[in-house]
Design a protein around this ligand. Structure first.
Ligand code: 4AD
Ligand code: MG
Length: 434
């Protein structure tokens, strides 16, 4: 009976069939020791000449690293084998003999990125990609259970959505179109019928910044909630993130241990998260020896100073109006600021969420757009935003939402050095293939 490596180790002494790829191979004293890989893990297979037919022996001898194979044998416990189990082969078949694999031990980062399609077979990438899949699943499950509808916004758009300066432009049947920077505006439109919605889709940023936390294409979770203020939105954010972290810790100890991530650090992620105003955050950063002025945005080194000794994410709320987008309402209690919050991951992993209340009154919106135009010296093409501004003309309602960068979240939760490892095929200013 064909099964996977994990279930085979629970059928000790029984004959089982495994399909997989050859991870490592060596010969010792007339025995071929093959480490076999499948989706569930690795197991050592011993092929002994005396215990298999000639065809099996010849095939096992000819098999190369990454060849795909079929093995029938008996699994037993073996303390000396790396996985604690060993299969004694009774029959061995090559399905395909691999050409010499271009990745051997100790390769440069560039070579691994050039061979990303093959490097995805490494234990490191396999376990990151499994964790990524669970993180996507738990994000959806949490919101679905909370009464949200998943919606699917367009990627091609005329309404940039965020800063406007980082747009990828493309030709759309003779007119200019952009790859979306954020699906927020479309999620807002859908929240006027479905009330609580989220989209989980790619966002594109033509930022030429070569940092360890910027991708040109990233996956963006964007919930939008009717009748929420930003405080209610923050409460939702901390519950969402804690739920993902705790489920990962409880159900995927093995993945975490292979990746060297502490289970306890993820179990420790629980509401409430610290809430610090922009102004207080500024003082906290300056106490670490910086000289930021009121109105400055935070750079990578400032975010690090603010969060390096934190164990949990931290909200920084009510930012200066000059450095935040056109859809954020002015704070009635302090007109220098807008009603918003960014969530900073601990240990300097940087901003993982940006969120805010949305201006819901038409006149307030046109005024704020003018203000942003003047401050940034840009001109909005209002024709492209008319449909979105219409939402403020037909039964408008206060609402709020946020955007979470999935790869930023993964980078933090799995403690990765670089965001490119949080996504299978990274797109960065210097990389478009494979
Ligand atoms: O702060 P941002 O630009 O906010 C928005 O786009 C809002 N419209 C979201 C919303 O309210 N619906 O981006 C949100 C998040 C950031 O906090 C960060 O996690 C991630 O998106 N992000 C990036 N992730 C990877 N690479 C980049 N270049 C990113 N830019 C932003
Ligand atoms: Mg932001």
């Amino acid at each position: 009976m064909a099964m996977n490596i994990n279930s085979a180790t629970k059928r000790l002494g029984k004959k089982v069939k495994l399909y997989g790829w050859i991870h490592r191979k060596r010969e010792s004293g007339g025995i071929l020791f093959i480490i076999l890989r499948d989706v569930t893990g690795l197991i050592q297979v011993a092929v002994k000449k005396a215990e298999v037919d000639d065809k099996s022996w010849n095939m096992a001898s000819a098999a190369t690293i990454e060849s795909s194979v079929e093995v029938i044998g008996i699994v037993k416990e073996d303390k000396r084998s790396p996985s604690g189990f060993e299969m004694c082969a009774k029959s061995f078949r090559n399905i395909h003999i691999s050409e010499p694999f271009p990745i051997t031990e100790y390769q440069s980062t560039e070579l691994l990125l050039d061979n990303r399609h093959l490097w995805l077979r490494s234990q490191k990438m396999i376990n990151i990609m499994k964790a990524r899949s669970y993180i996507f699943r738990y994000s959806r499950e949490f919101l679905d259970k909370d009464g949200f509808f998943e919606v699917t916004p367009p990627v091609l758009t005329r309404a940039g959505g965020e800063t406007g300066s980082d747009l990828f432009e493309t030709d759309f049947f003779g007119t200019k179109a952009y790859l979306t920077e954020s699906s927020q505006l479309y999620a807002e439109a859908m929240s006027f019928s479905l009330e609580k919605v989220y989209s989980l889709a790619p966002s594109f940023r033509a930022e030429n910044s070569r940092t360890t936390k910027h991708l040109a294409e990233y996956w963006h979770l964007e919930p939008e909630m009717m009748r929420f203020d930003n405080l209610k939105s923050m409460l939702l954010q901390e519950k969402l993130i804690s739920n993902i972290a705790n489920r990962l810790a409880k159900d995927h100890e093995e993945i975490l241990s292979i990746l060297g991530v502490s289970k306890e650090s993820l179990l420790n992620i629980k509401p409430p998260f610290k809430r610090v105003s922009y102004e207080d955050a500024l003082s906290m950063i300056n106490e670490k020896g910086f000289n930021l002025k009121w109105g400055d945005d935070f750079g990578v080194e400032h975010e690090r100073a603010l969060t390096e000794s934190e164990d949990k994410p931290m909200f920084v709320y009510n930012w200066p109006r000059e450095i935040k987008p056109f859809y954020m309402p002015v704070n009635p209690k302090d007109e220098r600021t807008v009603l918003c919050s960014d969530l900073q991951a601990p240990k300097g992993h940087g901003e993982i969420i940006g969120g805010s209340e949305r201006i819901w009154k038409y006149d307030e919106l046109t005024e704020r757009i003018k203000e942003v135009e003047n401050a940034k010296g840009i001109k909005f093409d209002l024709d492209n935003y008319k449909w979105w501004m219409d939402l403020r003309r037909y039964g408008s309602v206060p609402h709020a939402g946020f955007g979470m960068g999935m790869e930023r979240l993964i980078k933090w939760m799995l403690n990765l050095d670089h965001i490119r490892d949080a996504i299978p095929f990274p797109r960065m200013s210097n990389r478009l293939s494979p």
